[in-house]
Design a protein around this ligand. Sequence first.
Ligand code: FES
Length: 220
Amino acid sequence: MTTGSLKATSPSSTPSVEPTRRDFLYVATAAAAAVGALATLVPLIAQMEPDAATLAAGGPIDLDISKIQPGQQVAITWRGKPILVTNRTPQLLETLQDPKLLSQLADPQSGELQQPAYAVNWHRSLKPQYGVLVGICTHLGCIPLFEPLQNASQPAANWLGGYFCPCHGSKYDLAGRVFNGVPAPYNLPVPPYNFVNETTIRIGENPPGSDFDFSSVRQI
Ligand code: FES
């Protein structure tokens, strides 16, 4: 993982006893940098980086998804937030419809406003193959780790594949849907995005006909 894609948020200048979401986001970002070698995020390819002026303006940014290998993920920063884009294989997509998984999810139908209407579906995206999520845990703001493969014991028992938050153990599936019984209360947000063509997505811009307002989601 190229940690430069997940820039640290400055900690609050006001001392406080209780940790805030901002504090945790800062800690999580630092932690993500420390465990970069362990994370399964693939390196952010240099040419995917938008220019500094675009980033500073907070405008839409384009990402060439043809460079994301099947089963892998890239991270890109948009409006200071890590945006996680995954290329989900047919096998990984199958798990998203597995009744064994669905029975463990808190909001399997995406009933909470954590995504645009065009991502209210079983894959929470425009096209099933590509997942696009804001990588900020809805508990206290850590950055969840991409752990796509099933495993009996790692990073948690009976792991079905998805995202694992190392801070307090929240679990999400590969569509960002949160599990029952974990600290995180909501699914990972889906940002506004659109397909410019078959190989390019534009993060920060809705498809024609959608007026999804990113700031209206329940929790980022
Ligand atoms: S920040 Fe607490 S579980 Fe993710």
